[in-house]
Ligand binder design. Structure first.
Ligand SMILES: Cc1cc2nc3c(=O)[nH]c(=O)nc-3n(C[C@H](O)[C@H](O)[C@H](O)COP(=O)(O)OP(=O)(O)OC[C@H]3O[C@@H](n4cnc5c(N)ncnc54)[C@H](O)[C@@H]3O)c2cc1C
Length: 257
C-alpha cells in the first residue's frame, strides 16, 4: 500500500470543489443547520430537489446538542413523533403528552440521513447577505466563518437559489439583512421583524408552524426564526415545532418548485 500525502490533499480538494461548484446554483438554499433546517433539507432532497445548507459553525445541529441547559435530552410532543419515526430516532414516553429522545442520537441520525438522501451541507460558511433581483431573493452571499471571525477584509462569493429558507434561529440573520436593506417590505404587520417574546412553550410551538411561510419574495422562514420574525414567544428545549416547521416549509417549496 502506497499512501501519498499529495494524493490525499488532491482528493479532498477535488471532492470539495465538486460539491461547491455543483451547488453554485440550486433549487433551495437553507441558512442554518439547526433541527428545522436539517429536516427541511431532508424532505427537499427526498423529493429530488437540489438543496444546499450553509452552517456557520463547524458542526450542524444548532441548539439541539445541549438539550436544555446542557442536559442532553430533548422533549417532543406527540404530534411530532412521526417525524422522529421517519428518521428512526428512538423516543421514550414520559407521560401522556411528553416524549424524550437523546439529543446526540437525534442530531446525528437526522444529519446522517439528510446527507445520504442528497442534502449537501457546507459547514464553516456564514451567510452575510442575499442576492436580490427585481425585489426577489435569488441567492446568498457567503464567506468562510473564520474570515468573518477574524474580521478579515475578504470579499465573499455568491450562490444562486430559486428559494432561500432562513433557519438561523433566534437571530433571523437573513431576514435581518432584507429588513435592513429593503426597509418595511417584509410580509409582517409592521413590514419589519417582530422580535422574539418571552417563554411560553405551548403557544410558541403552535405559532412556529403558523409563522413558517414566505416572508419576502423568494425568502421563507422556518424554526425559531419564523417565530422571532413574526414576534412570537420562545419555547425552550421542546423540539416538535422545529421538526414540524422543517417539514412544512419543505412541503410548500416542493409544491412551488
Ligand atoms: C446557543 C443557543 C441557545 C438557545 N437557547 C434557547 C433558549 O434558551 N430558549 C429557546 O426557546 N430556544 C433556544 N435556542 C433555540 C432552541 O435550541 C430552538 O428551539 C431550536 O434549536 C431552534 O432550532 P432552529 O432550527 O430554529 O435553529 P437553531 O437550532 O437555533 O440553529 C440555527 C443555526 O443557524 C446557524 N446560523 C446562524 N446564522 C447563520 C448565518 N448567517 N450563516 C450560516 N449559519 C448561521 C447557527 O450556527 C445555528 O447552527 C437556542 C439555540 C442556540 C443555538
Amino acid at each position: 500500500m502506497a499512501l501519498d500525502e499529495i494524493i490525499i490533499s488532491r482528493a479532498i480538494i477535488d471532492r470539495y470543489y465538486e460539491k461547491l461548484t455543483s451547488c453554485l446554483s440550486s433549487d433551495v438554499a437553507i441558512v442554518g443547520g439547526g433541527p428545522s433546517g436539517l429536516v427541511a433539507g431532508y424532505f427537499l432532497a427526498k423529493a429530488g430537489k437540489k438543496v444546499a445548507l450553509f452552517e456557520r459553525k463547524l458542526s450542524v445541529g444548532g441548539g439541539m446538542w445541549g438539550g436544555g441547559m446542557l442536559f442532553n435530552e430533548i422533549v417532543v410532543q406527540e404530534e411530532a413523533l412521526r417525524i422522529l419515526d421517519i428518521f428512526g430516532v428512538r423516543c421514550k414516553q414520559y407521560d401522556d403528552h411528553h416524549y424524550t429522545a437523546d439529543a446526540i442520537e437525534t442530531v446525528a441520525t437526522i444529519t446522517g440521513m439528510a446527507v445520504r438522501t442528497g442534502l449537501t451541507i457546507f459547514n464553516c460558511i456564514s451567510v452575510e447577505d442575499v442576492m436580490m433581483r427585481q425585489d426577489k431573493v435569488e441567492g446568498l452571499v457567503i464567506n468562510w466563518s473564520p474570515v468573518e471571525m477574524a474580521g478579515l477584509h475578504v470579499d465573499p462569493l455568491t450562490v444562486r437559489a430559486a428559494y432561500t429558507i432562513d433557519t438561523t434561529g433566534h437571530d433571523t440573520e437573513v431576514v435581518k439583512v432584507v429588513a435592513r436593506k429593503m426597509a418595511g417590505t417584509l410580509d409582517t404587520p409592521t413590514g419589519g421583524i417582530g422580535g422574539e417574546k418571552s417563554m411560553w412553550a405551548e403557544r410558541a410551538e403552535s405559532d412556529t408552524l403558523k409563522n413558517t411561510r414566505e416572508i419576502y419574495p423568494g425568502l421563507y422562514v422556518a424554526g425559531m426564526a419564523a417565530n422571532a420574525t413574526a414576534g412570537g414567544p420562545r419555547m425552550g428545549p421542546i423540539f416538535g415545532g422545529m421538526l414540524l416547521s422543517g417539514e412544512k416549509v419543505a412541503g410548500e417549496l416542493i409544491q412551488r418548485l
